[in-house]
Ligand binder design. Structure first.
Ligand code: IVH
Length: 670
């Protein structure tokens, strides 16, 4: 064999390990996805040609290994225990008192608090820095060996990352939670429905199902992610606190949750719990509580565990997200693409701290399957998502007075006919000019992930469409201050602000523009994939389904949906009108790729070195957004000297308050 081959294979493996780490752990890629794919293909080809050079930690295993007949079981060398649950502040205070009593300590105990991820627990074993096995929690004592499946999770290091100062432990058992993010879950379910496969009930089931595939090539296609939160046995590494452990894990290349609050008192932990429970719906993945852990490892050892759970940790669970209530009525809403969705009107009930008075019933088949009637007492839940849904009917509460619901035979908004296409469960209004469709399309267009037009909210859009002032996207850019001022409840100042926000949105990145068009099956993620692959709108507009399908991450259903969208002259005209009207599409600025993507900042006071404008520009370049006032949507208040009232407001709302130094650290993804 040519001796340069093993060398090249090793080079490729090294490079792919490094790029994975940069992409998934540091969130700071050095090369494009296409280059990454080229390196991977080259490696796979060489390994296929020279099977004797294969290796169990090769990055090529990210795409899956040959299928298994069944899973082996393995014993965990230290049991994977459960956590004790707490449901209110006094449970937590009692936990703290018990710890002090057990340790015989009067002073404050130092805790580290972290989100409790709602996924699937796994254990990974590394020997001399190489991933050897991965297993599920199972019954806590032994679990299933799912090594090949875990290797497909891109953010899992196959070799420990080793910077000079790091020595690699001879043995490291790490534990973490595998999950699927909310958006990815939705796309996964949409894809499954499009292929007539049953949808997963929630992201956790989807993650568990994906990890339990005997064919890891299937797992490789699922959007699994992982955060690591602890260790089992460790040899060759001395650790003193939980926070130090997490930092060490991060240095080795493990992904750590960014919302961990290290080294706090029990009172502060309770405060953090409140902040987290307000913010949980904004997080991209499901969490079901906050875990509070004694930080010192020697204290942890002294406290020990019961047969079920360690004495040094407690899960402070969020309020129940399921409640019972009654369906008063059912009406039908018409969505962006004309889909008719039955919606239940409920006797208002608090679910997880939020009052719920409506819940989606999805479609006619779901109503039949769950046997839902008007007047029924039902269990409702807010899944990780914002739209509540009816879980099931409590049939024992039936009185006989309940009424069956029938879907309408024409559109309840515009009276046009409705159709049900063969492959779909939903009824659809055929009239694209249906005011309900127009409203929803424009709301989507102006929304956060799309044109993000501040002030152009749902109520205003409803009014503008009802008054025939808005038919198409292009009309938004023709609105004037005078038109807006004449609307109900609109002051001159608000009108000016909205017009300014519309002007500011004229420059937009390609991925946001594509997402804004509201093409079926094209969510934020797919829009990003398309923007990166095609680089220009003109290419997208004339791509054939085959060309689209050739893009990694675009399946046949999505490809056909996009090509079908642009086959319609009406849609091409809408796009051309916007471009003619002065929309400027920025080719390569991909806002989502920024380290601060999706984060909202407010600036106050005098910063140390940056002017306000500099700080604003820097945040925006990193993909973040700067707004003028603190609200529940604010992620960070950057406070300098003499901060003023915004600081107080941020404190009241539990918004994270940071200084310039921390801002700079966030901007480099630290
Ligand atoms: S620590 C000894 N930290 O919760 C128990 N667990 O009910 C150590 N979980 O099976 C667990 N997020 O799957 C810990 N930040 C976190 C967690 C977490 C989720 C899960 C884990 C465990 C279950 C315990």
């Amino acid at each position: 064999m040519d001796l340069s081959i093993p060398k090249r294979i090793e080079e490729l493996r090294e490079a792919l390990h490094r790029h994975n780490y940069r992409y998934y752990v540091l969130d700071d890629p050095e090369i494009s996805d296409a280059e990454y794919d080229r390196l991977m293909l080259e490696l796979i080809k060489l390994e296929t040609d020279y099977p004797e050079l294969s290796s169990p930690d090769s990055p090529s295993l990210r795409v899956g290994a040959p299928p298994l007949e069944k899973f082996e079981t393995v014993e965990h060398s230290l049991p994977m225990l459960s956590l004790e649950n707490g449901f209110n502040d006094s449970d937590i205070m009692e936990f703290d008192r018990r710890i002090k009593r057990n340790l015989n300590i009067d002073g404050e105990i130092v805790y580290t608090a972290e989100p409790k991820l709602d996924g699937v627990a796994v254990e990974l074993v590394y020997e001399s820095g190489r991933l050897i096995t991965a297993s599920t929690r199972g019954d806590g004592f032994s679990g299933e060996l799912i090594t090949s499946n875990v290797k497909t999770i891109r953010s899992v290091p196959l070799r420990l990352h080793n910077e000079k100062e790091n020595t690699i432990p001879s043995l490291l058992e790490v534990r973490g939670e595998v999950f699927i993010a909310k958006e990815a879950f939705k796309s996964l379910n949409n894809e499954r429905l499009a292929e007539n496969l049953p949808a997963f009930a929630n992201p956790r089931n989807a993650a568990a199902g994906s990890l339990r595939q005997l064919d890891s090539k299937i797992t490789a296609k699922r959007p699994l992610e992982i955060f690591f939160y602890g260790v089992g046995r460790v040899a060759g590494l001395v650790l003193e606190s939980h926070w130090e452990t997490l930092n060490a894990l991060q240095k080795f290349g493990f992904r750590i949750n960014p919302h961990i609050r290290p080294k706090i008192t029990v009172e502060k932990a309770i405060e953090c719990y409140r902040e987290l429970s307000e913010k949980r719906h904004l997080l991209p993945y499901d969490i079901d509580g906050m875990v509070i852990k004694v930080d010192s490892l020697s204290f942890q050892r002294r406290l020990g565990a019961t047969s079920r759970s360690p004495r040094w940790a407690i899960a402070y669970k969020f309020k129940a997200i399921q409640e019972t209530t009654r369906i008063v009525n059912i009406d039908v809403q018409v969505g962006r693409t004309g889909t008719l969705t039955p919606v239940a009107h409920l006797v208002p009930v608090k679910v997880g701290g939020v009052t719920v008075s409506r819940a989606t019933l999805h479609n006619e088949d779901e109503i039949k399957r769950k046997d839902i009637k008007i007047g029924d007492t039902v269990l409702v839940q807010r899944a990780g998502d914002v739209i509540p849904e009816v879980v099931k009917v409590i049939t024992s509460k039936r009185t006989g007075e309940e009424k069956t619901f029938e879907m309408p035979t024409s559109c309840p908004v515009c009276n046009a006919s409705v159709v049900r296409s063969e492959k779909e469960v939903a009824l659809r209004c055929v009239n694209t000019a249906c005011p309900a469709q127009v409203k929803e399309r424009i709301k989507h267009f102006a929304s956060k992930g799309a044109f993000d037009i501040d002030g152009l909210g749902d109520k205003l859009i409803d009014q503008l469409v009802d008054k025939d002032l808005l038919f198409s996207y292009a009309d938004i850019f023709r609105l004037t201050k005078e038109t807006l001022k004449n609307l109900e409840r609109m002051g001159s100042k608000s009108a000016t602000n909205i017009i300014r926000a519309i002007e500011d949105s004229r420059k937009i990145s390609l991925n946001r523009f594509i997402y804004a068009l509201g093409i079926r099956h094209v969510g934020e993620h797919v829009a990003g994939v398309l923007a990166n692959a095609l680089k220009g709108l003109d290419k997208l507009m004339c791509a054939t389904p085959d060309e689209l399908e050739a893009i990694e991450g675009v399946g046949p259903v999505v490809a056909e949906s996009i090509a079908g969208f642009f086959r319609q002259n009406e849609n091409r005209k809408i796009v051309n009108d916007m471009i003619a009207g002065g929309i400027q599409i920025l080719r390569d600025v991909d806002q989502k790729a920024g380290v601060l993507a999706g984060k909202v900042f407010v600036l106050t006071g005098t910063l140390e070195t940056l002017t306000r404008d500099d700080a604003k520009n820097a945040i925006e370049r990193a993909g973040g957004k700067v707004t003028g006032s603190v609200s529940r949507n604010t992620d960070y208040l950057v406070a300098g000297a003499s901060p003023g009232s915004k600081l107080k407001r941020a404190e009241e709302l539990g918004v994270a308050i940071i200084d310039e130094k921390t801002l700079k650290r966030l901007m480099i993804g630290d």
